[in-house]
Design a protein around this ligand. Structure first.
Ligand code: SF4
Length: 271
């Protein structure tokens, strides 16, 4: 099916995949009621990605709005005001923090900034793969919390861009480029309310995680680290308990604040 990227006319707009209220299942704010605003588009190909449906935007794409009165669909391209209206429609009670997730939200920094300018005191949490340090820098002051993935380059298949998408930002393609992006992002969030997340999949060696942990310890030692066992799906294995403990101890040896937290929303059977 043909890509829809060419329809980008206003850089403050972004393609919304879904808006729903749920409980944060990962990272520092695990267990907190939040509203999730999932944007479409991601050129990365993490082998353990649990949202491959967010990678591409199709012609005629629609956003799914899990509103209080029932699920409805709207054209995916949304202004920050559209998105904020949808956030209000899905909240069951008092306003919750908004988690902007993806896909990769940092493909749409102007949208993030536009939304942040409208929400007043309501916290915005950003979940990012850490492949776009310049965009992270642009939105950093506008968001209250950043959850930064530290990617194992060996976990990444080659990136893929949608044909016809204008202004395609570069993304890391090898270990050297991932190291540069990782270090730039860690430098940016070092004094921020933030956390780092490493997904640990089966079949990896503990040594592979050393560069990620050493960069975190050196550049952002106060940022808590969450080790997230990969959820088994589509050929991806969960890590052995031995591997998880080895990575945990490696992090502790570096005096990192580290916890192991599986995807809680999966256990609860909620989105
Ligand atoms: S960065 Fe996120 S959305 Fe993109 S492939 Fe990786 S896990 Fe999936």
């Amino acid at each position: 099916m043909q890509s829809d990227w060419v329809r980008v006319r206003d850089e403050r707009e972004a393609p919304v995949l879904e808006v729903f209220a749920s409980i944060q299942g990962e990272g520092k704010y695990v267990g907190q009621p939040q509203v999730f605003l999932r944007l479409a588009g991601c050129p990365l190909r993490c082998q353990w990605c649990d949202t491959p449906g967010s990678w591409k935007l199709r012609t005629g794409a629609q956003a799914r709005i899990d509103a209080r009165e029932g699920t409805r669909r709207e054209p995916a391209w949304a202004s920050p005001l559209d998105a904020l209206t949808w956030v209000g429609a899905v909240e069951p009670g008092e306003p919750r923090p908004i988690s902007i997730t993806g896909g990769e939200p940092l493909l749409w920094p102007e949208f993030v900034l536009g939304l942040a300018s409208m929400v007043g005191d309501r916290p915005i949490h950003l979940e990012t793969a850490g492949a776009h340090p310049e965009a992270l820098q642009a939105v950093l002051a506008a968001v209250q919390h950043v959850s930064l993935d530290l990617k194992l380059p060996a976990d990444m298949d080659p990136p893929q861009w949608d044909e016809g998408r204008p202004g395609q930002a570069q993304v890391p393609r090898d270990g050297i480029e991932w190291q540069a992006a990782r270090r730039a992002c860690l430098h940016l969030i070092a004094t921020k309310d933030a956390c780092a997340k490493i997904v640990v999949a089966g079949g990896r060696e503990v040594e592979a995680y050393e560069p990620l942990l050493e960069d975190l310890a050196k550049l952002a030692p106060r940022i808590p680290l969450y080790l997230q066992p990969a959820t088994p799906m589509a050929g991806v294995q969960a890590p052995s308990s031995e591997l998880l403990v080895e990575v945990l101890e490696q992090a502790r040896d570096l005096e990192l604040e580290v916890r192991v937290v599986p995807q809680v929303h999966r256990f609860l059977g909620i989105p």
